[in-house]
Design a protein around this ligand. Structure first.
Ligand SMILES: [Fe+2]
Ligand SMILES: [Fe+2]
Length: 150
């Protein structure tokens, strides 16, 4: 017979894997979105924003990698499809920054929820690595808020 403690553990693990897959889907989307904006941004702001979007893309690849490996470690199967939220094509840098802010806010929300679930498990290492990602998303939000507010 499965003990209550073990049952709670298994439930928590399933919830953690599910939520990590949501986070992974958003990272896979962010990789595409930032690559698209880096290539498409026009005008004088391209000088600074194209490298910035590129940096965000690389960060999303790193986040996806950490989350993906974490899912496997927990015995789950990582998603291979991006979150289906539409990536809107534009060449206007202000729109790009606003869509970026929307994306980072969503990421922070998902990672915040995820931390709340991991807290209930005894996965301290996982908690620490997800917290680092969460803090990186918060920093991106702060930076983007300053950029859209000019
Ligand atoms: Fe991220
Ligand atoms: Fe991000």
């Amino acid at each position: 017979m499965i003990s209550d403690a073990l049952r709670v553990d298994t439930m928590t693990n399933t919830n953690v894997i599910e939520k990590m897959n949501v986070a992974l889907g958003w990272e896979l989307r962010a990789i595409n979105m930032y690559a698209h904006y880096s290539a498409n941004v026009k005008g004088i702001h391209r000088l600074q924003l194209s490298p910035m979007f590129n940096t965000e893309m690389t960060e999303s690849i790193e986040h996806a990698d950490i989350v993906r490996k974490g899912i496997v470690q927990l015995g789950g199967i990582p998603v291979t499809e991006r979150n289906e939220h539409q990536i809107i094509h534009t060449t206007n840098y202000r729109e790009m920054l606003n869509y970026s802010l929307e994306t980072e806010a969503k990421a922070a929300e998902v990672y915040g929820d995820l931390l709340g679930i991991i807290e209930r498990s005894d996965e301290q290492d996982l908690y620490d690595s997800i917290e680092q990602i969460y803090l990186a998303e918060l920093r991106s939000i702060e930076e983007l808020r300053l950029l859209v507010d000019d």
